[in-house]
Design a protein around this ligand. Structure first.
Ligand code: SAM
Length: 262
């Protein structure tokens, strides 16, 4: 690994492994973010993550391809019980949430970007899809858990869904998602995850190489699910699953349950 490589273009590139420099650059109000596979130890202010995504959605409102559901959403829909509740974490502007709602599921989309949630709400109203959207930051477990628990409907099978969220966050947020999934899925339902893996690091990406990506090892995510009391039902890593504007990323699709013995 080239220690001089840059993986973060926001607010400006940070050389790998130079966390002391990052601390000096960002000041004392920092929180921990580990880019697991690259063993980078960066600390990034939470507010900056939200501003980063707000700016991203202001600049990237509407490629046509983002108006339609992702291939992962279509794949997930085939595995959902009829009339499920779907909690879509890191929903962005809500294309997959609206798709699930159009199939008759009860849907809440969560995202830390107020900009994305505003677009999603407007779009859902325009399209007449009854998906509900909430700003939620997985960095704060207690607030996030409370918001999610308030959204969970009684007597409806609930599943959690997160497409391209895990590689857009750090360890804390990923573990908080698993913690919340464990508390919401104890009675049934599934966790559906799709994320970029370490083998995707060298792919040419549609949004360029300066967009933040925390490439993950599927084994690590599997281990964390088990540590949280869950069981992995399926896990596939491949290209060809999430083509986007000429890009064919290496991604992992994983399904987990918290029902029954781990
Ligand atoms: C790559 S986008 C994926 C959007 C959408 N799921 C899709 O597939 O089109 C990652 C999303 O995760 C959201 N996100 C990043 N960190 C988050 C956090 N800590 N809590 C909640 N959402 C977060 C971002 O705002 C962004 O919308």
């Amino acid at each position: 690994m080239d220690p001089e490589s840059h993986i973060w273009a926001w607010p400006q590139p940070i050389p790998l492994q130079l966390d002391a420099l990052a601390s000096r650059r960002f000041g004392p109000h920092l929180r921990h973010l580990r880019v697991s596979e690259l063993l980078v130890d960066l600390e990034v202010p939470v507010e900056s993550i939200r501003s980063y995504w707000d700016a991203f959605y202001r600049a990237n409102r509407g490629p046509q391809s983002l108006l339609h559901e992702s291939p992962f959403a279509a794949w997930t829909a085939e595995r959902l019980e009829e009339g499920s509740q779907v909690l879509d974490f890191g929903c962005g502007t809500g294309r997959d949430s609206m798709y699930f709602a159009s199939l008759g599921h009860l849907v809440t989309g969560f995202d830390c970007s107020a900009e994305a949630i505003e677009i999603a709400r407007r779009e859902a109203t325009t399209r007449g899809h009854p998906a509900h959207f909430e700003v939620l930051d997985l960095a704060d477990l207690e607030i996030a858990r409370t918001k999610v628990e308030l959204s969970v409907a009684e007597d409806v099978p609930t599943s959690c869904y997160a497409r391209f969220l895990l590689h857009a966050t750090g360890n804390v947020e990923r573990n908080n998602l698993l913690e919340i999934s464990a508390s919401v899925l104890g009675q049934g339902g599934l966790l559906f995850l799709e994320f970029r893996t370490v083998d995707d690091a060298r792919t040419m990406h549609a949004y360029g190489e300066k967009h933040f990506r925390n490439y993950l090892r599927p084994d690590l995510v599997r281990e964390e699910i088990v540590e949280h009391g869950g069981k992995v039902l399926s896990c596939e890593e491949n290209r060809g699953l999430a083509p986007f504007e000429g890009e064919d990323p290496v991604i992992c699709r994983l399904v987990a349950t918290w029902r029954g013995p781990a």
